[in-house]
Design a binder for this molecule. Structure first.
Ligand SMILES: [Mn+2]
Length: 313
């Protein structure tokens, strides 16, 4: 007979599975940006940083292929407290993110997708040379304005393309399956922007798409990845404000990230639009957490301990 001493208590006490560190030289800096004032439809993403952190004591500190995450240190800066003056808030987010970006790798937890605007502004200033963006999303977020606003979550990548050290050919969008008319006009003027629709991913397979992304961004000096959880099919991520049917699987996103992390100089990731109040049984937060822990594994292998070896095919 096999007996188990396991209980429902967390088997890995402490946030981030016990990997949390107060050492400023920690490999990973984390910052929560609980702002959902840029959402155009259903809100609730302001609760995501808290919910994702709450889940982490229950997650084993290892990758899905069994590589222990021990030795990796995570410095959590907490959340940027909400300010009712959103312009002031975005400038505080940018300032805080600048500090976090001193770590070899930064993880930002939204919030809605508008938070990527101040985050990429900080990223743009923090790197030497040109940067590129991998935007994984159901939506392009390339509107110049949306419902009268330039800082809506539908305008994120238009604002990113206004930054001084990004060329539009260094933007790759994956999982897209929703288009607005002005976005289509913008894309017609900018054929160098790479769009991989969800249909394209389904037909060609995520591996081929991932290698196209690598090819597109290879000459960038640093890469920022932004993951809108609505890139996933609502079956995998129902808890989000603007769901779109017929999306990517969690597996697609993990395989895509695995390839781009191993081939491109990725220095930061944000995960946005997880909305715990709209979720069911934490499916969406758990998907976000899975992605985060695999990213931790890639950071350990690629940035923190490059000799740790490859465990995946
Ligand atoms: Mn989206």
């Amino acid at each position: 007979m096999i007996t188990s001493s396991r209980t429902i208590e967390p088997t890995h006490p402490g946030a981030w599975s016990g990997l949390e560190s107060t050492d400023p030289s920690a490999e990973i800096g984390v910052l929560g940006v609980p702002f959902d004032g840029g959402s155009s439809f259903r809100k609730g993403s302001s609760f995501a940083p808290q919910r994702i952190r709450e889940l982490t004591p229950h997650i084993a500190p290892a990758t899905e292929e069994g590589m222990p995450l021990s030795g990796l240190r995570i410095y959590d800066y907490g959340d940027v407290p909400i300010d009712l003056n959103w312009q002031q808030y975005f400038s505080t987010v940018e300032k805080r993110a600048t500090t976090v970006l001193r770590h070899p790798f930064s993880l930002f937890l939204g919030g809605d997708h508008s938070v990527t605007i101040p985050l990429t502004r900080a990223f743009s200033k923090s790197i030497k040379g040109e940067f590129g963006v991998v935007h994984i999303d159901a939506h392009l977020d390339l509107a110049d304005t949306f419902k009268g606003h330039r800082w809506s979550h539908a305008c994120t990548e238009r604002r990113v393309l206004e930054l001084p050290n990004i060329e539009s050919r260094h933007m790759s969008l994956v999982g897209i399956r929703s288009f607005m008319e002005d976005e289509l006009l913008f894309l017609a003027d900018h054929p160098e922007i790479e769009v991989h629709t969800a249909h394209n991913v389904y037909m060609r397979g995520i591996k081929n798409v991932a290698y196209d992304v690598v090819k597109q961004l290879r000459s960038a000096d640093a890469v920022y990845v932004t993951l809108d959880i609505d890139a996933l099919d609502p079956a995998f991520a129902p808890g989000t404000g603007t769901p779109e049917a017929a999306g990517l699987s969690t597996r697609d996103v993990l395989e895509l990230l695995h390839i781009v992390f191993s081939k491109l100089p990725i220095r930061a990731l944000d995960i946005v639009e997880v909305s715990p109040p709209l979720d069911h049984a934490d499916i969406t937060s758990v998907a976000a957490a899975k992605v985060i822990y695999e990213v931790f594994g890639w950071v350990k292998r690629i940035i923190a301990f490059p000799g740790a070896g490859e465990t995946r095919q």
